[in-house]
Design a protein around this ligand. Sequence first.
Ligand code: FES
Ligand code: FES
Length: 182
Amino acid sequence: MVALAGGLTTVAPADADTAAPRGTVPCHLRINGRLYNLFLDPRVSLLDLLREHLHLTGAKKGCDHGQCGACTVLVNGRRANSCLALAISHDGDDLTTIEGLAHGDQLDPMQQAFLDHDGFQCGYCTPGQILSAVGLLAEVKRGHAALTDAEIRERMSGNICRCGAYDGIVAAVRDVARRDGV
Ligand code: FES
Ligand code: FES
């Protein structure tokens, strides 16, 4: 058993016969392909679990109110603001953070496109932008919508970039979309 900060406790292996510490509930999450079997304070947000307890700091806390998109992760392939969700509400879910997007040393095409098109400056918003863009393309594929630049801007409007790197972000999404045949 490994104790985590803030009174949270993680237990391994998955079938460990361990009683839940007082005030916690069991929660099983798959994050970037790794299974986490946790006892969680039910008040902890998904973002705080990732950043403060599992040390996956790619997801950023910009506003903590669902306004900026810096905390975006993929939940079962769909983009979500991790600051707005209680971690326990995702029991059984499959999460991807920016740390898990690349395939070994091979960047995900969206990561590479952000590099190729200068889709960032300071980089603070970038993990959320990239995961949101990956989720956007999946949405468009499911809905068979036409992906104009205006549509990209609208669908990415939940991700704020204080550096104003929007032209590069749109170019990156457009590039990957075209190569994907979207
Ligand atoms: Fe979650 Fe801003 S930190 S939307
Ligand atoms: Fe700086 Fe977006 S690159 S906030």
